[in-house]
Design a protein around this ligand. Structure first.
Ligand SMILES: N=CN[C@@H](CCC(=O)O)C(=O)O
Ligand SMILES: [Zn+2]
Length: 392
């Protein structure tokens, strides 16, 4: 077994798991002048550089900061086509209602497997070059049995965190018979997709004619859970709705977006801390001109908060977690420490993964190096490509 010493770390963010400090300064578990030992992709030692053991190989990062690789727990990475005109229209006042998803469904259907693979590979290289080491990938741009299974097969080639999202929107052909589409999703589509997915998700949004109301969402989620899938929910994105409380009731790992949460929703999510995270997607607010989420309110109430990109062609076409962190700090009231924690350990929790998201002995050696002396630069130098996943 070859051991590699990563040394010269000016500041190491560990996100140590032994600190039960929800919003305080200790949460990041910062070490200065630190080193990490990696063997076979696993962290075997963390500590002060001067105390580091001898190793077979040495990598000196030259006084840079190192953080846990970002865990991006929400993306729609398998798609073809372009909706930049829809984005431009929103910047001059048009509202987002999910109707544009049909455009991406058509463009994706027209793309062959190799074309989708190439698009996926390009996006993966892009996100890794910005520090992301784990990505969740949803289907949802197929909406037929074969097409949803195809998207999940392609997603599974690049990540174990795949999510069945047949209930993304009701396809136009089923607009007058929504029940028939729900039968398809909870029947043959689920049968074909369950072996290809770890998770199931639904766009629970009574404020959109294209998405699913509370009862429809419940039917989908219950069928998926019965098929052995773990649950996550798109909820409370376009207005108040039942998504957050449904996620809590059904023990989902996360409700994502959370743009419009009532006090009751926040209370329910606070009571579900440890089980159901609130995943915030500030890039969506940026690209849709929806109101910024008050993350301070959620953190102070004791919620488990994660940050993710939601990379998709409609509401947020970015793979950049540093951009997401910068927005969360500037516009959502998170401290730089809280935002980094939410983008690493918070994302891992939202994916129910205890092997990633922190720099601790026994965890995967998913490290991200910053071309900067401190993690503070993630928000302090927005738009500057300082983060990259470390190849060890
Ligand atoms: N809201 C639902 N799904 C995506 C957007 C999909 C699209 O518009 O293409 C989201 O998370 O925002
Ligand atoms: Zn999404």
């Amino acid at each position: 077994m070859t051991s590699t010493l990563v040394t010269g770390i000016a500041e190491l963010t560990t996100c140590r798991s032994d600190v039960d400090d929800h919003v305080g300064p200790d949460r990041l578990g910062l070490l200065t002048d630190a080193a990490v030992v990696v063997e076979d992709g696993v962290i075997t030692w963390v500590g002060a550089g001067r105390e580091a053991p001898d190793c077979d190989a040495v990598v000196d990062v030259g006084g840079r900061a190192v953080v846990p690789g970002f865990v991006d727990s929400h993306s729609h990475l398998v798609f073809a086509g372009d909706r930049s005109a829809e984005f431009a229209a929103r910047m001059t006042g048009a509202a987002y209602d999910g109707g544009g998803i049909a455009t991406t469904v058509s463009a994706t259907a027209a793309a062959g497997d190799d074309e989708l693979r190439a698009l996926l590979a390009k996006r993966l290289a892009e996100l890794r070059s910005q520090g992301t080491t784990t990505i969740e990938v949803k289907g949802g741009y197929g909406l037929t049995v074969e097409a949803e299974a195809r998207l999940l097969r392609l997603a599974l080639e690049v990540t174990p965190e795949t999510t069945f999202l047949g209930a993304h929107v009701v396809p136009p052909a089923y607009a007058t018979d929504r029940a028939a589409y729900l039968d398809l999703v909870t029947g043959p589509m689920l049968d074909a997709c369950a072996p290809l997915a770890r998770w199931a998700d639904v766009f629970c949004e009574p404020n959109s004619a294209h998405a699913f109301d509370g009862e429809e969402s419940r039917a989908v989620l219950e069928a998926c859970a019965a098929a052995g899938l773990l649950l996550r929910v798109h909820g409370n994105q376009l207005g108040p709705g039942p998504g957050a409380q449904l996620a809590v009731e059904l023990g989902a790992a996360s409700v994502d977006h959370c743009t419009f949460l009532s006090d009751d929703d926040v209370e329910a999510l606070a009571g579900a801390a440890g089980t159901t995270s609130a995943t915030l997607l500030p890039g969506v607010e940026f690209s849709t001109r929806m109101p910024w989420v008050d993350a301070r309110r959620l953190l102070d109430a004791g919620l488990d908060v994660a940050l993710a990109s939601d990379c998709n062609p409609g509401t947020c076409n970015t793979t950049s977690m540093p951009f997401v962190i910068a927005l969360a700090v500037r516009e959502m009231g998170m401290t730089p420490a809280e935002a980094l924690y939410a983008a690493t350990a918070g994302g891992a929790k939202a994916l129910r993964r205890d092997d990633i998201g922190r720099v601790e002995v026994g965890r995967a050696a998913d490290l991200t190096v910053l071309d900067a002396p401190s993690y503070l630069h993630l928000a302090y130098r927005p738009g500057v490509p300082i983060a990259r996943a470390f190849d060890l």
